[in-house]
Design a protein around this ligand. Structure first.
Ligand code: NDP
Length: 494
């Protein structure tokens, strides 16, 4: 029997066919919860509810929509400790992380977007003295929101808030291994008073339930965050209808440390950014290009700092790094580690399975740093999504930028230097969506997030996200008796 219900048309219900699936706690492989396993029948109901609510929601005063998002933010805050526990149980993020980042971010994002939406405007355009020309923002209709597990509630709400404030109704599908906080959100959505049908939540396998959303003719846009290969599949499914897709995909991010960098800052920044959330961040650096003059000191201090990370039970307040999201992720990471060894890389830290009996049972991978001599190997090109990184010695800043760009991904990169002018010049040549100087992995609601190349092209967060959830309709009101034409002589009407 399912411990949770899906949200369809304002009611918490079980799936039509009554299916269930287990959510496994990756720290100890226990069953964290049993949740609904939906099918296309549930997607049909969800889309139909969203379509039914679309006209009224679109025509609800934006201030009222904002008020509902503020109310939802308050409810999330009231339940924050419960959400922290669920987030930790379902994908292993340590409580220190789920409390200080995930569950803190969510209400802030809701409030930020709610306020921001009210400030949106259209254009007035001087196109013809006899006309008044403008653009108005219109909602897209029903938007399918498909989110990943690495920040389950954050990624879902980062889509939900702008979709709702811009007047769309939605069908949400969280990742199957970590759907609990999004399912809880369904309860809070009812409590906040968001009208029936505006938000619908279904759970189940991406290949079935996700694809049923993507291919449903009643869905007007998909906003997807996840793996690049899944993104390509979704794009191909959407192509026949020319349905717009927003895609936030994978990353293989570079951190460039130059000779003149503040080494304390670079070591602290590297250790945090590479191993926060066990390296399961699309923006984490996993390729380090370190200039020869600072290389030895940086690498030895990076190893020392990474070896001090407390890995263990994610419910322990002192734990800094928990397990990966599920056992398959550990197996994948271990395969990449063995591949790196075959490719001639030397493990400077980690590189073997944990020997501690508790860690050995769960999906734990210890912080692993390889010394690398070839940028083309798998370790430097594939998204491993684990605490496994490669460091490479480089001679010049230009060489570092060239190596950083030698990737099919283009999500983020950072440059560590005291010379901001040089940093800016290098950034101009980096093919990435976000570039930091002396920082890596700073993401707040106000800043845009999104990539280039196979990392996708969409923007999440910031004022830019609002454009993902509306279109700008051009309206021309002609006020003279003679219409605007491109013929020199007027047409004879008689
Ligand atoms: P996946 O791509 O495996 O899954 C993401 C979501 O898509 C899940 O809800 C999944 O459902 C669903 N899905 C899977 N297959 C299909 C399909 N054929 N049609 C429709 N939906 C489908 O990613 P992960 O959950 O493993 O998340 C990690 C990935 O997300 C990494 O590549 C990471 O880089 C990326 N990511 C990117 C971010 C960015 O901003 N660029 C931010 C965060 C993560 P199910 O769980 O049931 O398989």
């Amino acid at each position: 029997m399912s411990d949770y219900k899906i949200l369809i048309n304002g009611r918490l219900v079980l799936p039509v066919l009554g299916g269930t699936m287990e959510v496994i706690n990756p720290a100890d492989n226990s069953v964290a919860a049993v949740v609904p396993r939906c099918t296309a029948e549930d997607v049909e109901l969800a889309v139909s509810a969203a379509r039914g609510a679309a006209w009224q929601w679109k025509n609800t005063y934006i201030g009222e929509r904002a008020e509902l998002l503020f109310r939802l933010a308050d409810i999330v805050r009231e339940h924050s400790e419960e959400l922290v526990a669920l987030e930790t149980a379902q994908y292993g993020g340590p409580v220190s992380k789920t409390r200080n980042f995930d569950i803190k971010f969510v209400p802030g994002e809701l409030e930020f977007i709610a306020g921001l939406g009210r400030a949106t405007t259209g254009l007035t355009i001087s196109a013809d003295p006899n006309a008044r020309v403008m653009t108005v923002r219109e909602p897209l209709g029903v938007v399918g929101l498909i989110s990943p597990w690495n920040f389950p509630l954050v990624t879902a709400v980062s889509k939900l808030a702008p979709a709702l404030i811009m007047g769309n109704t939605v069908v949400m599908k969280p990742a199957s291994c970590a759907p609990l906080t999004v399912l809880k959100l369904g309860e809070y959505i009812i409590e906040a008073g968001i009208p029936a049908g505006v938000v619908n939540i279904v759970t189940g396998p991406g290949g079935e339930v996700g694809e049923a959303i993507v291919t449903h003719p009643g869905v007007d846009k998909i906003n997807f965050t996840g793996d690049s290969s899944v993104g390509k599949r979704i794009l191909s499914l959407a192509a026949p209808r020319v349905m717009p897709i927003a895609a936030e995909l994978g990353g293989k991010n570079a951190m460039i440390v130059l000779d003149d960098a503040n080494i304390d800052a670079a070591v602290e920044g590297a250790t945090h950014a590479a191993f926060f959330n066990s390296g399961q961040n699309c923006g984490s650096p996993s390729r380090f290009y370190v200039q020869a003059g600072i290389y030895d000191e940086f690498v030895s201090r990076f190893i020392r700092a990474a070896s001090k990370i407390v890995v263990g039970d994610p419910t322990d307040e002192n734990t800094m790094m928990g397990p990966l999201a599920y056992m398959k992720c550990r197996e994948t990471a271990e395969a990449y580690i063995e591949g790196a060894k075959r490719d001639g890389c030397r493990a400077l830290l980690g590189g073997t399975p944990p020997s501690d009996p508790y860690l050995a049972r769960g999906a734990f991978v210890l912080p692993t740093i390889f010394e690398v001599y070839d940028n083309k190997i798998e370790l430097m090109q594939e998204e491993i999504f684990a605490p496994v990184v490669g460091v490479m010695k480089i001679s010049t800043p230009e060489e570092a930028v060239e190596l950083a760009n030698e990737s099919r991904y283009g999500l983020s990169a950072s440059i560590w230097t005291s010379d901001y002018r040089l940093g800016m010049l290098l950034i101009e040549r980096l093919k990435v969506g976000t570039a930091w100087i002396n920082q890596h992995l700073a993401i707040v609601p106000e800043t845009p997030w999104g990539g280039q190349k196979e990392s996708g092209w969409t923007k999440e967060n910031s004022v830019l996200v609002l454009d993902e959830y509306c279109y700008h309709k051009h309206i021309w009101i002609h006020m003279s008796e003679t219409p605007h034409t491109f013929w020199e002589d007027r047409i004879r009407l008689d």
